[in-house]
Design a protein around this ligand. Sequence first.
Ligand SMILES: NC(=O)c1ccc[n+]([C@@H]2O[C@H](COP(=O)([O-])OP(=O)(O)OC[C@H]3O[C@@H](n4cnc5c(N)ncnc54)[C@H](O)[C@@H]3O)[C@@H](O)[C@H]2O)c1
Length: 260
Amino acid sequence: MNVTDQPGARRGLLDGQVVVVTGGSSGIGRATCVRVAEEGAAAVIVADLAPEGRESGAATIDLLAELGTTGRFVATDVADAGSFAAVVEAADEFGGVDCWVNVAGISDRVDFLDVDPERLRRVMAVNFEGTFFGSQAAARSMIGTGKRGTIINISSVGGMRGFAHASTYSASKGAVRSFTYALADAVAPHGIRANVVHPGQVDTEMLRVEMRGGSPIRIPLGRKGQAQEIANAVVFLASDLSSYVSGESLVVDGGYSAVI
Ligand SMILES: NC(=O)c1ccc[n+]([C@@H]2O[C@H](COP(=O)([O-])OP(=O)(O)OC[C@H]3O[C@@H](n4cnc5c(N)ncnc54)[C@H](O)[C@@H]3O)[C@@H](O)[C@H]2O)c1
């Protein structure tokens, strides 16, 4: 008998789901893989650049194994829309995608006056096109299998606000935000929900290394966020707790963007 079949046993919020997480090798992506596994996901597909990335996709798979969840690493460059076919194929081995989370992204700190077209295109290709075509692959798969699944995109408070050194990043994350509204409308007739999460400053390698700890800002809750706190928002949006939530922007920033 499965543990969750026992009378009174706690059921996970995502029991049996097959979940794809782009950028699942590190930071918010890895925390998302772990949280969905803790909530009962049957299989997690980790789609990231290389098994030994910034942190390591292989280590994410090990963490999943410790939780008794099957993990598969699929080398994926989200900037190449063609690479999603292998991700969908991996999910199909387990019955198809129920939930797809587009987390993969890059930061870009540069003065607006120094941006050249190639630089802007690169940031848009990873952050926006990766999310756009990842969502398309997810939707096509769910429609094909008849699954009433969920798509969750990770934007940023930078997709709602901007500053001089984040023009490319803000443009890409703003596009993720508004695209998700259109996506939610496009997939709703198939019973699929789509939502976008806007993290504030989260203590990951991206913030520590590329963003040099992040700009000094006033965060009402008085601290940076933890990757798991973003993953918790993803779990909510992937679960039936949010069954009537679609086309929504969920800000998870310790109150930062709410204050003046
Ligand atoms: N950390 C923060 O403060 C913060 C705040 C707001 C939004 N975000 C967003 O959250 C997401 C995750 O950020 P993080 O802080 O965990 O960063 P991270 O750098 O720790 O993780 C990003 C992951 O994406 C992967 N990745 C990068 N380019 C890729 C590509 N072309 N194809 C496939 N995978 C690729 C990396 O290998 C890495 O595993 C990003 O989209 C980021 O913009 C982060």
